[in-house]
Ligand binder design. Structure first.
Ligand code: ADP
Ligand code: MG
Length: 609
């Protein structure tokens, strides 16, 4: 598991059995104090410490307590498995001996993932697939960009997709369902208890149905009385399939809820976006088409809730290069304007419905150069397909030349942040900038340089969903080139440009990384203007002199460190987007995990019903 705090330890083996642990210790020589750490299958998040003393094996369970600390029964609490092992290597404190020599994992022995690690991963995929109708690359991107948010979501709603989950039914109805058909021992279902909003487990054993109340503590963890605590009901169910943990027997086959099994809710391929570009979360749709699904508590909107997310929906339908004028309704509302003309709001009619679009209308299209410029922009956009890049839907040649794009109705990032300072958290900005790094990593892989990455060219679909736009200056690099050489300098956004762009007219993905750093600075200063009142040439002197912008007030230290790395003078030493995305991702995951509310004390255990 990627977030297993023991994953870094060279003497940690993951989910291996007791006898396998003993085998490793034997092979390593059975010296006194030889030890290793493994995952505990009984308690989620717990470990077992296996130690050799006097040619014998001793196994100590390490429990993860609700407050997130670890301890061996009767011993002191420690903040992590590493700290715990370090402590016992100085003081036996009740163990048979001190930990003396780590039994190191050999290079050909990877950490074995536990049953829940792979289950959780599969569950996440299944959930994304079912809920948003995503597949392939779009699904991978969705998972990478929103893993922490999805894990939280799954923790509370995953059971709704399980065949054994029957929703809110009476105890008697549960019995009726279990008694119908074959009645093998262990056949079970989970239902909502009518009055209290908690869950109950009903299972058949010796032709009799038994009911158990599933308890939940304040932090939402589920457990049987005095049993192991789990983050989710489905993990508890998986565990009870292996260990009875107080039940009359282990769980066997699921008593299948016909409603869930016959049709899992999926969404139509194209959904009409609301007036403000916001598509209601899919739960509303799911609840309507499947009364057995309960509506989960309100949550933040995710990128995947938007109809704009999936770049692979109806690719042939939508990615027409030439759009008929009759298919296009253009609003008078202007979204933005520039030298070329203006961007207007519109609606594109397709066979499978209507899509909100943004239409870039060329003003002077009798000018050949301007026209060619827009054709080049369209040519570039046509080759790109990524959730974090504004998708072009086509060109329409009518009264004007028009570039039709998917709509990002919440507008440019800098404007959005400066007008919504109070409602946007730092985590929110981290999430958005991580998405931008994913889009840029994609461009880098495809060998395109953007050349105008800035907060004004990052558009928002909604508060949680960013897309890179404005490919007016972009270039596709040749297969053997890693930079583009501009013959003459143009009207350039100097404050966003790396030294090699200004000095040698050389543009590469590495110079886009520099611009990404400036964009980060703009984002973390809530749409502030970089380099204040300085003019282009002053900025150049400032940079050449080794100075860099200061850390914005609300910006986390780690994010400022990354910005400064993006502003490495020599492009050879600057990180690429692969590295930038990795840093953004790990920081995004770490802050989103911390934001998860954790109750401290367990609720008093209730008796079994
Ligand atoms: P320019 O080359 O003049 O910067 P842009 O492509 O950045 O042109 O578009 C100008 C403005 O139009 C943007 O700042 C934004 O406000 C609006 N705009 C452009 N594309 C879209 C879109 N896909 N969705 C919503 N608004 C857009
Ligand atoms: Mg622009």
């Amino acid at each position: 598991m990627s977030n297993d705090p023991a994953a870094e330890l060279p003497f940690y083996y993951g989910s291996i059995s007791r006898s396998e642990a003993e085998q490793h210790l034997k092979l390593a020589g059975m010296a006194d104090g030889l030890f290793l750490l493994r995952q505990c299958i009984r308690s989620l998040g717990g470990y077992v410490l296996s130690v050799v003393w006097n040619l014998e094996f001793h196994h100590y369970s390490i429990e993860k307590k609700l407050n997130g600390t670890y301890c061996i029964a009767g011993g002191k609490s420690h903040c992590g498995p590493a700290e715990l092992c370090e402590f016992y290597s100085k003081d036996p404190d009740g163990l048979v001996c001190m930990l003396r020599k780590p039994c190191l994992r050999l290079p050909d022995t990877p950490i074995r993932p536990g049953v829940f690690d792979s289950l959780r991963e599969n569950m996440l995929r299944e959930y994304v697939k079912q809920t948003w109708n995503l597949e392939g690359e779009a699904m991978e991107q969705a998972i990478i960009s929103q893993a922490p948010q999805l894990e939280k979501l799954i923790a509370t709603t995953a059971h709704e997709k399980m065949p054994w989950y029957h929703g809110k039914i009476a105890r008697q109805e549960g019995e009726r369902r279990l008694y119908s058909g074959v009645q093998p021992d262990g056949k079970f279902l989970v239902r909502d208890r009518e009055e209290s909003g908690t869950f109950a487990l009903s299972m058949i054993y010796g032709k009799t149905v038994y009911h158990y109340r599933i308890l939940q503590d304040k932090s939402g963890k589920c457990f049987m009385p005095e049993g192991t605590k789990f983050d989710t009901i489905w993990q508890l169910v998986e565990y009870l399939k292996m260990k009875p943990d107080g039940l009359v027997t282990v769980l066997g086959e699921a008593c299948v809820n016909g409603k869930v099994a016959e049709k899992t809710p999926s969404l139509p391929a194209t959904r009409r976006t609301g007036a403000n570009g916001y598509t209601p979360p899919p739960r509303a749709v799911a609840a309507a088409s499947n009364p057995a699904t309960t509506v989960p508590a309100d949550r933040e909107v995710l990128p995947m809730d938007s109809s704009a997310f999936n770049p692979y929906h109806n690719p042939n339908e939508v990615r027409k290069f030439n759009i008929q004028r009759t298919q296009l309704l253009i609003d008078e509302v202007e979204l933005g304007s520039g030298n070329f003309g203006c961007v207007k709001k519109g609606v594109l009619k397709t066979d499978s419905g209507q899509i909100d679009v943004a239409v870039k209308v060329l003003k002077n299209d009798n000018e050949k150069l301007v026209k060619e410029e827009m054709m080049r922009e369209a040519e570039i956009m046509h080759q790109l397909s990524n959730p974090f890049i504004v998708r072009m839907l086509g060109l329409c040649k009518a009264e004007n030349l028009m570039l039709v794009m998917e709509m990002a109705s919440a507008g440019p990032l800098n404007k959005f942040l400066s007008t919504n300072k109070d409602n946007v958290t730092v985590e929110n900005i981290v999430n958005l900038m991580h998405q931008v790094s994913m889009g840029m990593k994609y461009l880098e892989e495809k060998n395109f340089v953007h050349r105008d990455l800035a907060a004004r060219n990052v558009l928002l679909v909604n508060q949680q969903f960013a897309k890179i736009s404005d490919f007016g200056l972009s270039k596709a690099l040749g297969a053997d080139d890693n930079y583009y050489k501009a013959r003459t300098a143009g009207k350039w956004p100097l404050k966003w440009y790396a030294p090699e762009c200004i000095n040698f007219h050389k543009f590469s993905s590495k110079s886009d990384v520099w611009s990404f750093g400036i964009t980060m600075w703009e984002a973390f200063s809530y749409g502030g203007k970089p380099y204040k009142k300085m003019k282009g040439p002053e900025v150049m002197r400032f940079i050449e002199g080794g100075s860099r912008m200061e850390c914005p007030a609300a910006c986390p230290e780690q994010m400022y460190t990354l910005m400064k790395e993006c502003w490495t003078y020599k492009h050879e030493e600057r990180p690429d987007f692969k590295a930038v995305e990795e840093s953004m991702r790990s920081y995004h995951y770490s802050v989103s995990k911390k934001a998860k509310p954790e109750g401290s004390a367990a609720a008093a255990a209730e008796p079994v019903e």
